[in-house]
Design a protein around this ligand. Sequence first.
Ligand SMILES: *[C@@H]1O[C@H](CO)[C@@H](O)[C@H](O)[C@H]1NC(C)=O
Ligand SMILES: *[C@@H]1O[C@H](CO)[C@@H](O)[C@H](O)[C@H]1NC(C)=O
Ligand SMILES: *[C@@H]1O[C@H](CO)[C@@H](O)[C@H](O)[C@H]1NC(C)=O
Ligand SMILES: *[C@@H]1O[C@H](CO)[C@@H](O)[C@H](O)[C@H]1NC(C)=O
Ligand SMILES: *[C@@H]1O[C@H](CO)[C@@H](O)[C@H](O)[C@H]1NC(C)=O
Ligand SMILES: *[C@@H]1O[C@H](CO)[C@@H](O)[C@H](O)[C@H]1NC(C)=O
Ligand SMILES: *[C@@H]1O[C@H](CO)[C@@H](O)[C@H](O)[C@H]1NC(C)=O
Ligand SMILES: *[C@@H]1O[C@H](CO)[C@@H](O)[C@H](O)[C@H]1NC(C)=O
Length: 373
Amino acid sequence: MATTTIMLKLIVLYVAINVVSMTIVTAEKGKVGAPMFIFGDSTMDVGTNNYLPNSTSRADHPYNGIDFADSKPTGRFSNGKNAADQLAKLLGNYKASPPPFLSFLKQNQTYFNRTILRGANFASGGSGVFNQTGSALFKQVISMEDQIKQFATYRSNITQLLGSQKAVDALLRKSIYIISVGGNDLVEYAMFHRGQIGDPKQLIFNLTKVYSIHLTNLYNLGARKFGIIGVPPIGCCPASRGFNATGGCYEAMNDNARSFYKSLATLLSDSALMYKDFKYSLGNSYEMAMNVIDNPRGNRFKEVKTACCGSGNFKGEGDCVTGASLCNNRDDYLFWDKVHPTQKVSQLAALTLVYGEGSEYVTPMNFSSLAMT
Ligand SMILES: *[C@@H]1O[C@H](CO)[C@@H](O)[C@H](O)[C@H]1NC(C)=O
Ligand SMILES: *[C@@H]1O[C@H](CO)[C@@H](O)[C@H](O)[C@H]1NC(C)=O
Ligand SMILES: *[C@@H]1O[C@H](CO)[C@@H](O)[C@H](O)[C@H]1NC(C)=O
Ligand SMILES: *[C@@H]1O[C@H](CO)[C@@H](O)[C@H](O)[C@H]1NC(C)=O
Ligand SMILES: *[C@@H]1O[C@H](CO)[C@@H](O)[C@H](O)[C@H]1NC(C)=O
Ligand SMILES: *[C@@H]1O[C@H](CO)[C@@H](O)[C@H](O)[C@H]1NC(C)=O
Ligand SMILES: *[C@@H]1O[C@H](CO)[C@@H](O)[C@H](O)[C@H]1NC(C)=O
Ligand SMILES: *[C@@H]1O[C@H](CO)[C@@H](O)[C@H](O)[C@H]1NC(C)=O
């Protein structure tokens, strides 16, 4: 009799614990969204390059990360979170971007199994659409082509974890693929073609062609929902203003950024016609940033030309390193360092991409609609 009571109590207890843990699991599952995969350059890198010993494109040093708890530099080219983090937060309710794919290789199996199904970040600062972009300037970066090869490895890793190809395909189909790349290709072209930058039609044509190969490769690996971000007005960053004697934006670079955006728009609408279930959003970071540059006050910014951290003219000549000049009111600034935006700007951009209305900044749908299709 006594034993039965105890057993009954144990069963009740067991059921109760089960119900509680099930509720927690369900709540968490309901909260975080589909996996996210992030590709591209330093606008999205959350520490990939920390794992590249020879790379000179890195942000794992102060004052990067100064606005994180204990001011920890993480490899993000920012005073705090970057656009990858903000998008992950808004789209998936994650605390931050999924970790760099390269960091998984150093982790134990428990962490790997638990974390990898949330996605991975492959972005590498200094990289570009072209294979060779960044390799001369920064010695070691992970090209888009290699980022996509790493995604193929990721795919084989989760196939082991999930056990069936069908489950993998379903997971990858509902995931979002963020790509932000092209700025470095255009900057390198301008650096190596000073003076004869007038007719870059062939450059834009080539870039678009290689971009289309990347998209096709991702599609063939199972990607369906693409959140693509265009090239910002690179001619207006503090590093570029030195090319303009009046301190204005370097227009030749901006012209190329706009042309590339147009060309990308055509590529994406063609891809949606050509490939079954190909869905996309295209974010116009050029117009978003120009809106802030042309109207700082309306956007609650005070300084849109000079960087917060760096040295030289517009603080656009020297890197943001210990001892460089550093501003106090980071949220007043558009630029964190000579090329990268502040955390505040990344947050605004992500809000616009995810929830934007109308086609000025994101087309043909915003990222939240893309996530729900
Ligand atoms: C880094 O550079 C050193 C010296 O040039 C070279 O021996 C080594 O192979 C490089 N490592 C990687 C991972 O590229
Ligand atoms: C695995 O790694 C995680 C995160 O780095 C750590 O918290 C955990 O203690 C490790 N577990 C084992 C079994 O080593
Ligand atoms: C890009 O570089 C990789 C090596 O990292 C090489 O295997 C590949 O063939 C190159 N692709 C093109 C298109 O040049
Ligand atoms: C992921 O896959 C690669 C290539 O198949 C393999 O070398 C690596 O060990 C796998 N990693 C894990 C944690 O399973
Ligand atoms: C991780 O997942 C693999 C594949 O399902 C499994 O074989 C392995 O035991 C798991 N490891 C841990 C520590 O959970
Ligand atoms: C474009 O690609 C063609 C063919 O590969 C090459 O000959 C040309 O130099 C490239 N031009 C630019 C500007 O990238
Ligand atoms: C320099 O900036 C001015 C505006 O301040 C602009 O009119 C001019 O075209 C720019 N020059 C170059 C070379 O980009
Ligand atoms: C996003 O886009 C959709 C479709 O264009 C629109 O209906 C919606 O209002 C936009 N904003 C949000 C928050 O979804």
